[in-house]
Design a protein around this ligand. Structure first.
Ligand code: IMP
Length: 451
């Protein structure tokens, strides 16, 4: 792409993750030269369906599926080398080779076996109501080490630190003592196994490690277009989400600065992704949750089970209060509203337009999770539609009630819905307005996949 057309975009989640970001990134990939993950780690699960094949990526940017895209894992990502290597191997088995176009930041932090162990044990040790319900991928403990600094391991250390093994052994001795005290029973960490994993990571991943910050700036200066792929969702953001029931990174476009080394102001197309209803995995407040047969029906029809952990997702009505909040925080330019087809067949569809706690009405998200736990949703109902949406290709051809539902969401959130998901396939997506100029015809993308 030449400099005149150069546009950088970010696709990120407006709610608690699992919004369908993978599919949106995949749709946009052909228009971009570089795709960058800038936050989170293997807690994410980005799913893309191509014909009869499904790809579930946890660490590799979705751009890895596209032969012409450079896939970058930025400084803000915490990388479990074992998971990454399995993903690279799995794609290779399926005919997709990332050699020469995958780049891992030398500044990114390494998730090790003891981070995952600590994640599990600290959840087990916590009182039931304080459990976060993490993905147990070691994300929080690795970010904690990053902030602590002296106990962190970065990719650059794999290449350059002479006494890394000695330092890792010291960290493990300390960590064993802390975990033993926390659990009240002996906890053992196999230092030799951790070091063996580090050595495998070094030998296999070394060719991919580089200064991705420099790479991105050089690419942008040369007129290339960059797509930033947010992981998790803004209601899981460590600063702005439903704290403490959040993940440990900056999940919105504001995370691009620290997580990729690129000023977020360079990114002008901000595509916030949400589902046409709401879901959440793990613990924490969820005001519009449906603990009834409608919630079960949405879970079943939307196949709402976690990509990373397989846990059933909690389901509820679209929450316009939290969506407006994250849309505002991120200055979203376009909404991608996914899974509209899942709602076909319901007589009426609810939208949460406010929260009530005692006699107080909230139209934005309060900071206190305890207060949010007690909040009651104020639900506005819209008429449903019966038609299957899977073969609709234009917004104008949606049933009138579906169009009205989308327009009501636009009015409540204050942003145009530019992308609409009407099925799991790559081609089942409607595009409106200026985003259409970014993508070619939907479904007209090239992958390296052997099909
Ligand atoms: P962690 O990121 O594994 O520490 O988990 C913290 C919280 O964020 C838990 O409630 C997880 O279920 C949730 N979470 C983290 N990543 C995702 C995601 O990509 N989708 C949905 N939930 C997530």
């Amino acid at each position: 792409m030449n400099a005149a057309n150069q546009q950088h975009a970010c696709v990120y989640g407006l709610s608690w993750g699992d919004e369908g970001k993978g599919k949106v990134v995949d749709l946009l990939c052909p228009a971009f030269d570089v795709v960058v993950r800038y936050n989170g780690g293997a807690n994410a699960g980005h799913t893309v369906c191509v014909s009869t094949e499904t790809f579930a990526l946890h660490l590799l940017p979705t751009g890895a599926l596209h032969a012409n895209v450079t896939a970058v894992i930025g400084p803000g990502v915490v990388v479990d080398p074992q998971t990454l290597l399995s993903e690279i191997d799995e794609l290779a088995e399926r005919g997709i080779d990332v050699t020469g176009r995958l780049r891992i930041s030398e500044r990114a932090h390494v998730v090790l076996a003891y981070h995952k162990l600590e994640d599990q044990l600290s959840e087990r040790a916590a009182a039931a109501r304080e459990r976060i319900g993490t993905t147990a991928r070691g994300i929080g403990p690795c970010y904690a080490d990053k902030m602590r600094r002296s106990t962190a391991v970065r990719f650059t250390d794999l290449l350059h630190e002479d006494d890394l093994a000695e330092r890792v052994r010291r960290i493990i001795t300390d960590r064993q003592a802390t975990l033993t005290a926390m659990c009240g029973e002996e906890v053992e960490i196999d230092a030799d196994a951790v070091l063996a994993d580090l050595m495998t990571a070094r030998s296999r991943l070394a060719p991919f490690i580089c200064d991705t910050t420099e790479l991105l700036h050089t690419a942008m200066d040369a007129g290339q277009s960059v797509l930033f792929e947010g992981a998790n969702g803004m209601l899981l953001d460590v600063d702005h989400g439903t704290y403490p029931f959040v993940t440990s990174s900056s999940t919105g476009p504001h995370g691009i600065g620290p997580g990729a080394g690129v000023p977020p102001s360079r990114v002008t197309c901000l595509i916030g992704t949400a589902k046409a209803y709401a879901t959440r995995v793990g613990s924490g407040p969820f005001v519009s949750e449906l603990n009834d047969e409608t919630g079960d029906l949405i879970r079943k029809r939307g196949k709402e089970y976690g990509t990373t952990t397989g846990r059933p997702r909690r389901c509820g009505w679209f929450d316009a209060v939290s969506c407006r909040y994250t849309a505002r925080l991120s200055d979203v330019t376009d909404i991608a509203l996914m899974h509209l087809d899942t709602l076909s067949g319901l007589d009426q569809i609810g939208i949460c337009v406010a929260y009530r706690v005692n006699n107080h009405t909230f139209t934005t998200v309060p900071a206190d999770a305890r207060l949010l736990e007690r909040a009651q949703p104020v639900i506005e109902f819209a008429p449903g539609w019966r038609e299957d949406l899977g073969s609709v290709t234009r917004f104008e051809d949606l049933p009138a009630a579906a169009r009205a539902y989308v327009e009501r969401i636009e009015a409540l959130v204050g942003t145009r819905v530019s992308i609409i998901g009407v099925g799991p396939e790559r081609s089942q997506i409607l595009i409106r307005g200026r985003v259409a100029s970014l993508v070619g015809a939907p479904g007209n993308t090239t992958t390296q996949q052997a099909s």
